[in-house]
Design a protein around this ligand. Sequence first.
Ligand code: HDD
Length: 716
Amino acid sequence: MATKKPTNTPDPSKSELAGTDTPDRSNTNAKLESLEQFRSDATQQALRTNHGVKVSDNQNTLKAGDRGPSLLEDFIMREKITHFDHERIPERIVHARGTGAHGYFQAYEDHAALTKAGFLRDPAKQTPVFVRFSTVQGPRGSGDTVRDVRGFSVKFYTDEGNYDLVGNNMPVFFIQDAIKFPDFVHAVKPEPHNEIPTGGSAHDTFWDFVSLVPESAHMVLWTMSDRAIPKSLRTMQGFGVHTFRMINTEGKSTFVKFHWKPKFGVCSLVWDEAQKLAGKDTDFHRRDLWESIETGDYPEWELGVQIVAEEDEHKFDFDILDPTKIIPEELVPVTPLGKMVLNRNPDNYFAETEQVAFCPGHVVPGIDFSNDPLLQGRLFSYTDTQISRLGGPNFHEIPINRPIAPNHNGQRDAQHRTTIDKGRASYEPNSIDGGWPKETPAGPVDGGFETYPERIEAHKVRQRSESFSDHFSQATLFFNSMSHAEKEHIIAAYSFELGKVEREYIRARQVNEILANIDLELAGRVAANLGLPAPTAPTVPSKKQSLAESPLLSQMNLLSGDIVSRKVAILVANGVDDKAVAAMKAALEAEGAHAKVLGPTSAPVKTASGASLPVDASMEGLPSVAFDAVFIPGGAASVTALSGDGVALHYVLEAYKHLKAISVSGEAKQIIDLLHLDKDAGLLEVSDSKSFKPFFTAIAQHRVWDREPKAKAIPA
Ligand code: HDD
């Protein structure tokens, strides 16, 4: 008899999903084990058909003679090929490219004054979560590091049902009303005649649409900023975007805006790096997420809310129902609610990350909607799209979507139904099954869901409130809040993208009718780069705002301050000073950073003391764009070899160009002289471990921004 088959199907009801947040860095030996764990369900098992019959030959089709035609009778071959022929399901219309992880959420305290939602009320409880990050424009196989918005979707498997917080890494959106979503998506997606470009917005139809739709100005500015090229998925903020409601145990409603703040700080790639990574490692973000979980650098975010009392709904110089507006944190600070830790990679990409189905309408008692017209449309769209994407209305039965709360009701049948519903009464009221399942009255604890009884007196109209009409003030606020470097990147991004637009009237419209209303210098600089006349005045009068700047919008103010999980390349060749390598490695590891030794090839090198030093990869195999910093140890022969190696020299120049921290010890100073690079706050000579500190400080600051003007002279 066959042994019982172990399962690797995700089951959010198991408490081990949540696990612990203690990082385990002793992963050296675990590497092989972890490579094997993903095939463990088939270990010791016979190969069988889908109907359980053992297969004796998986190499040959049944044929009439060994050189003859194949026979229709071969049910084994037919089953295998038929299943294969239907392996693909439609990819998501938007957010097709994604990656996911399991973890848990834990509230800091009982937030009863704000919400009755159980998962925000018990600080002892770890609620399992599944998170999916995504890009928006590109198809499933597109690059991770393209300029785009990132989706940030969290499914909380709470005891009271699934709650989905389906947000982005930017706090605003392109449009104000859901009826415009298909237009926006058709404009940004690859153009219909040739399906170009993949994964980017630098094309005519996108800029045609956004230059005609001024409400997009604020969000387009965010997408032209460094936020659209995040360094890693774990260094992004997340936002619920819309204003939502929370309902407390007394039935009181409060408006909230959701924020996710990453423990690893907020930082981005530089544009040249992002473009190169899109080719050198298409999977850069999903690899980083995967590896950080495997190595115990668990991605972590703090969930917080900006709280606005009902009576304060109209006190701002914007409408809190308008999804193109933020509430600056300087006006309403973020109140922390709890933390989310991602500590387990999925077992199967398709079963979990591809089949997970989010919907902003999946809420639990204690959380409710506002009348934001974009949110209201989303409540319909997501479930509707799952019906074609996942093949019918039973997608909630797919293991990754199944709630841990029981879900009894009278809904029956339909495609892919797997539940075997017992009993005769699939209607309510009934008497033959004792009236079960029954409604639960709403209540402060464990009650049925009750919509907040907002009073509305209105005419049915197709109109937009006048309070939604200021499209530029907050874009100006965002631009004014950027550092010098961030402003330069925004100017470069508009110039790059509009430079790819073939129709000059579209370029001119974006400059004159959108950018000129955000900031005249921005408009003028972009105009100059496009060879257009600089606009001299805005086309709409600017509105007075209560804030001139919001420093918390600048990523420069959102770094983690440490170097935990940062990756440092150590460049070596035969004759390297092994003591210098060991000292740097030990010092980095003590700070929670990771060092990789890279040689001219993947073969070990012979050190100055004659030992054999294993290398992690060749310099070509792990290019500088995959690292945060570079260290070149001394050792006369090693330095001579690296000085004559174009790959090594390019490595250092590229890291310099991308404003990364670089340190050299001993003879390696010669390489810096050879390349005519000037020392700066991040290009340093180190000797003993005491002198490592400025190097680590430079890594913690993420980039050497002051170097940027000089770095422009370095060839890309
Ligand atoms: Fe959406 C997917 C985020 C507006 C319709 N959206 C999707 C995903 C994210 C967002 C993160 C990927 C979910 C996943 O990982 O599976 N969408 C947003 C945000 C929006 C927004 C933050 C505005 C604030 N979306 C929006 C509107 C509509 C949609 C206005 C339609 C009226 N979104 C969809 C969709 C998708 C989707 C077509 C594609 C796949 C899916 O839903 O499951 O229904």
